[in-house]
Design a protein around this ligand. Structure first.
Ligand SMILES: Cc1cc2nc3c(=O)[nH]c(=O)nc-3n(C[C@H](O)[C@H](O)[C@H](O)COP(=O)(O)O)c2cc1C
Length: 175
């Protein structure tokens, strides 16, 4: 069984330097030994939060499977080379969009966005579209991962993996 609808969509929770939390959806674009990678505008709300406070939580809710996975840990920037490589795989329209959108800043109207898309489309023509300097990725390196599975009569299963250094311990929690 697998989640049919956007299985890689996850809630990303961040907080600013005063501890004010903020959550939004992003798409998981890579997983490796270093952690879970997503991409965004570095000057967006989440980008600003992570510059001030490099900790995050991720949450997958696979509704069809009746499962959730919670991930927490410190966040680092992906390398320029890694971001370039991923950016190059994106559709041309998405690459132009990354240039055109001042994500999370006030916009007078949709016309302004359409105008900027047209401007960047003309600017790049048929040529290469480089990655904007304000667009890159973050990697959440987990130090806690919890797997939750629905059980009968709300007697759900919760298994937590916690990392200290390179050692992971596993325990069960009351639901
Ligand atoms: C299913 C889904 C996937 C999304 N994926 C991304 C993503 O990968 N990167 C991103 O910057 N925004 C993504 N968004 C938009 C964000 O939820 C959010 O609106 C935007 O990034 C601005 O958030 P911020 O102001 O907290 O930075 C996605 C939204 C949805 C509903």
């Amino acid at each position: 069984m697998s989640e049919p609808n956007d299985p890689n969509a996850m809630t990303l929770a961040t907080a600013d330097s005063r501890g004010r939390p903020s959550a939004r959806m992003v798409l998981l674009k890579g997983v490796d030994n270093g952690g879970f990678v997503f991409y965004t505008n570095l000057e967006s709300g989440k980008g600003r939060d992570l510059a001030e406070n490099a900790q995050a939580a991720l949450l997958f809710h696979w509704k069809s499977l009746r499962r959730q996975v919670r991930i927490e840990g410190p966040v680092t920037n992906v390398s320029d080379a890694e971001a370039d490589e991923y950016f190059a795989t994106r559709a041309r329209g998405s690459r132009i969009g990354a240039w055109a959108s001042d994500q999370s800043r006030p916009m007078e109207g949709m016309f302004l966005l359409e105008k900027r898309v047209a401007e960047y489309t003309a600017k790049f023509g048929l040529g290469e579209i480089p990655r904007p300097p304000h667009w890159s990725g973050f990697r959440v390196t987990p130090d806690r991962i919890e797997f939750w599975k629905e059980g009968r009569f709300r007697l759900h299963e919760r298994i937590v993996h916690t990392r200290k250094g390179d050692t992971w311990t596993i325990e069960r929690l009351f639901p």
